[in-house]
Design a protein around this ligand. Sequence first.
Ligand code: KG4
Ligand code: ZN
Length: 348
Amino acid sequence: MIILGIESSCDETAAAVIETTSLQDPVILRASVLSTSMGLHAQTGGIIPEQAAREQIKCILPVIDQTLQQAKITNPEKEIDAIAITYGPGLIGSLLVGVETAKTLSYLWKKPLIPVNHLYGHLYANWIATVNQPLTPNTMPIFPAIGLIVSGGHTDLVLIKDHGQLEWLGGTRDDAAGEAFDKIGRVLNLPYPAGPVIETVAKDGNAKAFAFPRPMIGSGDFDFSFSGLKTAVLREVQKNPTLTEQTINDICASAQQAIIDVLVKKTLKAAEQYNVKSIVLGGGVAANQTLVTLLKQKTNDQRPETKLFVPTKSLCTDNAAMIASAGFYNYTETSWQELTADPELYFD
Ligand code: KG4
Ligand code: ZN
């Protein structure tokens, strides 16, 4: 089966073509193209929704065109079997660009639409075979699995019993993990998005220099809260109005460690409680190697029988390959007349 995936829920506009065989096999990525308006948002220190949507209107057709060319698809009406499309959650203007484009293509090419929850998409990046993660039927994630979604807008722990059987265990009560990185970055005058910058400068900092709080680390549930961390960093900055480079590095290392400690502790607690065989990570913060290294180490120590899966960096952040993948493993067809964008979509 050949699936065209389309993703436009935030500031990225992306398309991808995947090839699938069976639910027991990983999907093969034939093409993935992405255009981002991050440069514009970096100037303002955050995303301006209307500006993001206007940029997406300009680039969605060229991005799809380029994807089809890369995948060597010359006759999409004949060669494509279905179109997987992110219908939520996200920014309404941005979602509409992708959804309306997918509906038009579905009508023109007479292809079914597969509506995909963006959050499922982040997890299903782990079912895509790549050069860095050459999956085979024997090395794919096994159920039951714990999924940790850590992105700019979400921090959620879910139990995945099988394809299409997700149980939400908990999530953030305020800021998402990526949002915490970005807000701490703003307090420190670092460029947006701050997650990757904080990770880089933290390498030259001391993670024990500041005793930042680990909110809700022992709360006994699977919820998170990261807004207090940003306030704690702000308080430190107000105490030291002239920050040296070393202090900034130390604050970044200490704040990053606080976020990671909570994520690792709760993920392993969920893995233990539900006795899972795999842990799958997804979302932009999963690109953080300090998080991945610690989670790998603790998983090996505490649950050597559980296998950790982390997508290749380019599949951690928003992309359309993960949407096509989630669409395949959770296949539900809909018609263009029925599909509507849902910015508030969450877990069932
Ligand atoms: O998944 P994503 O691309 O978009 C959303 O769906 O939100 O995630 C973007 C988020 C941003 O908050 C960004 O700062 C964070 O992921 N991020 C990172 C890293 N790379 C991206 N956070 C920590 N360390 C990183 N290396
Ligand atoms: Zn995302």
